[in-house]
Design a protein. Structure first.
Length: 158
């Protein structure tokens, strides 16, 4: 008969089949999910194509945006219940030329869009302009089918 020391030193045989199965399953999983075509240090990005290094073709210069400046002629108290927004309270200038009515602004923008449909608008509200002033100008841009409108902070000059 064997001694107690002999029984303790004999270990049962390990069945490696389940461990090999798990290893192959993990290997197959990672091989199926790897993307071999991805380049390192290259991120897919959807950047604007009208600015930067590759602007259009060499023959066509970039379009000059329409510069619209909006300023209040005098400060108003919008908390006054009798206050009503009016276009004639604004000093609106398109490319430096004053525009006195919303219809005049619309017709001017419409003429521009008929000449060049891809024209951009740069809206420059002066300090003290109200949000509603900019919204009304943008409404006229949208009505004239100009959808590329960019805000350029507040400016001190009119």
């Amino acid at each position: 008969m064997g001694t107690r020391d002999d029984r303790e030193t004999q270990l049962p045989p390990l069945d490696m089949t389940p461990m090999i199965d798990c290893t192959f399953n993990l290997l197959i999983f990672f091989l199926c999910n790897i993307n071999f075509r991805a380049l390192e240090a290259k991120l897919p990005a959807y950047l604007p194509r009208d600015v930067g290094v590759n602007i259009g073709s060499v023959d066509t210069p970039p379009l000059e945006p329409i510069d619209i400046r909006v300023a209040r002629r005098q400060p108003v108290d919008v908390r006054d219940p009798a206050w009503v927004w009016r276009f004639d309270q604004l000093d609106v200038r398109v490319q430096g030329r004053p525009v006195t009515t919303q219809e005049a602004l619309f017709s001017l923008l419409r003429r521009v869009i008929e000449k060049e449909p891809a024209t951009r608008v740069v809206l420059r509200p002066k300090r003290g302009s109200l949000y509603v002033d900019c919204v009304k100008v943008i409404d006229e841009c949208l009505r004239a089918r100009l959808t590329d409108v960019t805000f350029v902070g507040t400016t001190e000059d009119a």
